[in-house]
Design a protein around this ligand. Structure first.
Ligand SMILES: NC(=O)c1ccc[n+]([C@@H]2O[C@H](COP(=O)([O-])OP(=O)(O)OC[C@H]3O[C@@H](n4cnc5c(N)ncnc54)[C@H](OP(=O)(O)O)[C@@H]3O)[C@@H](O)[C@H]2O)c1
Length: 308
């Protein structure tokens, strides 16, 4: 089967398409014939080596995946050959999903409903889990509360806006000029064009801020959240911001993903009920994974998906 591998950290040129032996599922595992692979900034960070989550190369990138079970290992009773499934296996270990086939623990997969296509299923996992973690698990967002979703046109942001609205919150969002209308269409009550306005000058006393940038950005998020509120940071936070949050009784959580299928299932329920739409704005063939990486950060709305 074909898979993408890399021997060293680096730019997109380090990604190689190679043929390897088809992997066989062990006890408790299934093999998935991959139909679609969700691309995330995490893939780029691991490829480049600035976030060496799975250690040194050689390795195969990729976590989000959707496809069909084509082999079942010993002891697996929950899934059978032919079942459509999706998930984000092995995090924080190697997911190996940039491939035509991947072996996954059966208990890390969720069945894909008939009405959900593979591209959207593959796009859903990581961003849906992240939004769920911030909004439901950490902040326990209640109807009427006010949330700021930064980078609302991106993968996490576009799901977070819709989830917060589905829970009855008032949603303020930031996006660049070209995405303002899209984000309003997702249900945001107010969209601030971050290229023209500084949200710290117009917002205050929010219950929750979702901060995708971490670092110095968290200081700005803390400036607009109420005492006792929550800031969910998707990247690392500085010690001084942890101290400020503690002084003000703010929950400052650096989100780390640990996949759990019940949370994927909860988000899937929102999708199937029409409360959340997963937006796939571009697809690339697997052998152009590098181009897909380059396409991230070029004004993409929602998600990019690889097709083997
Ligand atoms: N901790 C975790 O478990 C976890 C999970 C998922 C993601 N993450 C991290 O969270 C970040 C976002 O992930 P993603 O999947 O949503 O990425 P993405 O799909 O690439 O979206 C990033 C978005 O950031 C927007 N943006 C850039 N500069 C901005 C600014 N100054 N203000 C507001 N928006 C801005 C971009 O929109 P424009 O085109 O409008 O500029 C883009 O839509 C990444 O760093 C990722 O690694 C962490």
């Amino acid at each position: 089967m074909r898979t993408i591998t890399q021997q060293v950290f680096g730019g997109t040129e380090v990604l190689e398409l190679v043929d390897i032996a088809t992997p066989e599922p062990g006890a408790g595992e299934v093999r998935v014939a991959v139909a679609a692979i969700g691309v995330n900034p995490l893939d780029v960070a691991v490829r480049e080596g600035w976030y060496p989550m799975i250690g040194e190369p050689p390795f195969t990138l990729g976590w989000d995946v959707a496809g069909r079970v084509d082999a079942v290992g010993a002891g697996v009773t929950s899934l059978a050959v032919g079942d459509r499934v999706f998930g984000m296996p092995a995090l924080p270990g190697a997911g190996n999903t940039y491939a035509e086939q991947v072996v996954v623990r059966a208990d890390e997969l969720v069945r894909t409903p008939d009405d959900l296509d593979d591209q959207r299923a593959a796009a859903l996992g990581l961003v849906a889990y992240t939004a769920h973690r911030a909004i439901v698990e950490i902040a326990d967002l209640q109807p009427g509360q006010r949330v700021l979703v930064q980078a609302a046109g991106g993968g996490v942001g576009h799901i977070a806006v819709q989830l917060a609205k589905a829970l009855g919150a008032e949603v303020v969002a930031t996006a660049s000029t070209g995405k303002v209308d899209v984000v309003r269409g997702l249900g945001a009550d107010e969209v601030i064009d971050y290229t023209r306005h500084d949200f710290t000058e117009v917002l205050a006393d929010l219950d929750l801020v979702i901060d995708p940038f971490g670092g110095e950005s968290v200081e700005r998020s803390l400036a607009v959240v109420r005492d006792g509120g929550t800031v969910a940071s998707l990247l690392d936070v500085r010690d001084e911001d942890v101290a400020t949050a503690a002084e003000r009784g703010i929950t400052l959580d650096r989100i780390r993903i640990v996949p759990r299928t019940e949370h994927l299932q909860a988000m899937l329920d929102h999708v199937m009920a029409g409360r959340i739409n997963v937006h796939v704005s571009a697809t690339f063939p697997l052998d152009r994974a590098g181009d897909a990486h380059d396409h991230l950060g070029t004004g993409v709305v929602g998600k990019i998906v690889l097709l083997p």
